[in-house]
Ligand binder design. Sequence first.
Ligand code: ARG
Length: 270
Amino acid sequence: MKKFKIFSTLLVFSLMFVLSACGTSEKTDASPKKEEKKTLRFVTDAAYAPFEYMDKGKVVGFDVDFLNVVAKEAGYNVKLEHVGWDPLFVEIKGKTADGGISAITINDERKQTYDFSTPYFLSKNEILVPKDSPIKSAADLKDKVVAVQNGTTGQEAVEALIGKNNSNLKKFKNNNLAIMELKSGGADAVVADNTVVEQYVKNNPNENFVVIPDDSAFDKEFYGLMFAKDSKLKADFDKAIQKVIENGEYTKVYQKWFKVDPDLNALKQQ
Ligand code: ARG
């Protein structure tokens, strides 16, 4: 009995020693490597291939790979969730999400409410029409039914051409629905980002669509990561974007999705 008592007392003490040792080692170890990385929640509208789209229940695309390399460089874990285009803006403004990536064009109107990273992609609106369409330029969109994704720069560009509140303008929750409207004959054209409509034509040769660029009607646009106003993340991500452009990781992601080299000068000039 006595032996047992000694044994159990020893056991208790040794346990206490082990536990306290754990405690101190945790408290005194300030090495940053062991620090847990913060996980950020980013939101997107995954109906805009090749930038973001759903594949077997997962969000994939150029933006997804780009965000992953940039977040890693900035020292964050990141979770990207498909919430849709309008909700994306609501979530970032309301700070239920840390950031957004969704081929989002940086423009003055949005800058009043949000902060943007430095630009990471050059884009321009383009017109998608059936091969035999009489529409040959932006000016030809007058008196035609045009489908766009609601709340995009494509919508703004068309409004500048045919007037706001024109009943010929059909607005959809996402760009895939706008293209479906064109396919079913409910619209004569879709206006959206060049990379998106060009990829659509390439991937669906049997549908007989073509794209029409029009530099006189559509301006250069640049995509950025979107944050709430005064978000502390902007500085970290700007630095990381700079870094992945310089160290070739951006180019690797770009080549994976577009099979050509990016025009880095166009981005650097911004
Ligand atoms: N670049 C355009 C804009 O910012 C369209 C972006 C739409 N993106 C999307 N994932 N649906 O207005």
